[in-house]
Design a protein around this ligand. Structure first.
Ligand code: SF4
Length: 123
């Protein structure tokens, strides 16, 4: 059995969670003040995932980069591979907020979408 200490990030209370793990499964969570803490600990210890927020290069736009975000969490151990993929992207302005920039990023099921609209720069 292994034990892990975590801080729950689901609300400002930041409860200190104590997690016991056996054979890759969470068998006990203590220190949480509500069920969300238990769910967070279970996910974080078994299959951690994060929303990816970053930027992609854009040509012809009012800025040189466009903020983008995944529409759902992707596995934490794929974040660096995802960033490598994102660095290769260069799109053309204009772009609308919510526009899909990459569908099913690295087969995670998550789409990478534009966080904002960006028009073309005036010549
Ligand atoms: S366990 Fe509940 S109360 Fe504690 S930080 Fe997490 S969400 Fe907030």
């Amino acid at each position: 059995m292994t034990e892990k200490e975590l801080i729950c990030v689901n609300c400002p209370m930041g409860c200190r969670l104590h997690v016991q793990i056996e054979n890759g499964a969470v068998i006990s969570v203590t220190g949480n003040s509500c069920p969300r803490g238990k769910a967070y600990a279970e996910k974080e210890c078994v299959r951690p995932a994060r929303i990816l927020t970053t930027t992609v290069k854009i040509s012809g736009g009012t800025h040189r980069v466009l903020p983008v975000i995944t529409d759902r969490e992707i596995p934490l151990d794929m974040i660096f591979a995802a960033m490598d993929e994102v660095r290769k992207i260069e799109i053309e302005a204009p772009v609308k907020e919510g526009q899909v920039i990459v569908h099913d990023l690295l087969e995670t099921g998550a789409d990478l979408i534009a966080s904002r609209s960006m028009g073309r720069a005036e010549a």
